[in-house]
Write a protein that binds this ligand. Structure first.
Ligand code: SF4
Ligand code: SF4
Length: 384
């Protein structure tokens, strides 16, 4: 288990104590040289701190930066740098207590691809029920709090999450990877240029694309950009998306506009889910369909929706600087003009396509935007 902080903190000490006492090896990684634990905290937790600092299974790496993390829950490799020397640490899980240091959180975000809130603090998957769980499997966080009892509770929660992974005999997870259909690949290399995660390569012996499954995040950018249709995702494959559109299009809307709400699974879908679980109302003929990322939305999906009878398509994506796949949201925006041009070329009013940026918990905004689009469609000219 690796644990990171901008400087060693009481929360980190608490998480480390719980994991060490459970028999695990803990790397305590700090960018600063010295601990910042208040005297009051030290006096209350002197025994715990004494226990961890002398423990044979604790390795402290101070003045160390984190370069990259590859792998999956239960089987990560964390690369760190200390004074120009790199070291690779095999870790099963990571706990982050970055406090409210937004600059440091920003650095960590580019390594761990985590979500942040409007204040620049790390954002858990759910602020009410899963406060130490992030969107990325195997990466946990301790939220900022002033009270020692809450710090202890959050440390317990983060440590228990880690223990539940490391105590499992096997960790089963869905690998969200892209695949290459070698019959269709022409070796053009477009997928290499569009992959932010350096997961697409050309296998020189075959002159065909290949995928590094340890790096691939399954964002779908390569699927959207491959000129021959040689790429697809193992999760949310193209065939599934088209079938889902066909099935949703059969919904009897009783004269109301029928909207397809394409939602990225990082921000869009959790937002609409939040709207539903919070009892917010929106018209029943707004039909949601999850996609891996905004980057996966292509012309075919949009044209398919209109061809099957939808009156409008709304895409709920991450806000530009919050995209879990870093550029998926921006790439979607870049494609937006093309989408609209293609709709116009087919005599479809391009206003029938709308794109909204959402944070994961913006249920109110998701319901409001979809409802407003629904009303606009009622008075909109269908043809250009
Ligand atoms: S973009 Fe498509 S055709 Fe080109 S190398 Fe990649 S998989 Fe092959
Ligand atoms: S799905 Fe995304 S991360 Fe994976 S190879 Fe394609 S572009 Fe790269």
């Amino acid at each position: 288990m690796a644990y990171t902080h901008d400087s060693p903190s009481i929360e980190g000490a608490m998480v480390a104590e719980r994991l060490l006492s459970h028999g695990y090896r803990v790397y305590l990684i700090d960018k600063e040289p010295k601990a910042r634990i208040s005297e009051e905290e030290m006096s209350q937790l002197r025994t715990s701190i004494g226990y961890i600092l002398g423990h044979k299974n604790l390795k402290v790496l101070s003045e160390t930066t984190i370069d990259k993390l590859i792998g999956h829950e239960g089987d990560f490799v964390l690369t760190v740098d200390k004074n120009g020397q790199t070291e690779q640490l095999p870790v099963g899980a990571v706990v982050i207590t970055a406090g409210d240091d937004s600059a440091y959180i920003n650095d960590l975000r580019s390594v761990f691809y985590l979500d942040v809130d409007e204040n620049g603090s790390l954002r858990p998957i759910n602020r009410d029920t899963m406060v130490t769980t992030t969107l990325r499997l195997g990466i946990f966080m301790v939220p900022v709090t002033g009270e020692l009892r809450f710090k202890a509770a959050y440390a317990d929660s983060a440590a228990l999450n880690v223990i539940s992974i490391l105590d499992s005999e096997e960790v089963i997870f869905e690998v969200p990877v892209s695949q290459v259909d070698e019959r269709l690949c022409g070796g053009c290399g477009t997928c290499i240029k569009t992959c932010m995660f350096k997961a697409s390569n050309i296998d020189e012996s075959k002159r065909l694309a290949s995928v590094d499954v340890m790096r691939c995040r399954g964002c779908g950018n390569c699927v959207t950009s491959c000129p021959t249709g040689a790429r697809d995702l193992l999760t949310y494959p193209t065939k599934y998306l088209h079938s889902a559109i066909e099935i949703l299009a059969e919904y009897p809307s009783k004269g109301d506009p029928k909207l397809l709400f394409l939602l990225c699974e990082s921000c869009g879908y959790p937002s609409l889910d939040h709207a539903g679980t919070s009892g917010m109302e929106y018209p029943a003929s707004i039909l949601p369909l999850g996609v891996k990322c905004g980057a996966r939305v292509d012309t075919q999906l949009i044209l398919e929706a209109f061809a099957k009878g939808f009156d409008g398509v709304i895409i709920g994506k991450c806000k530009e600087d919050r995209c879990q796949n870093l550029v998926g949201s921006v790439d979607l925006d870049r494609r937006a003009n093309l989408f609209r041009e293609i709709l116009r070329s087919r005599g479809i009013n391009s206003e029938r396509l709308r794109i909204v940026g959402l944070d994961g918990c913006e249920g109110g905004k998701a319901a409001e935007e979809a409802g407003a689009f629904f009303k606009d469609l009622k008075v909109m000219e269908v043809v250009v």
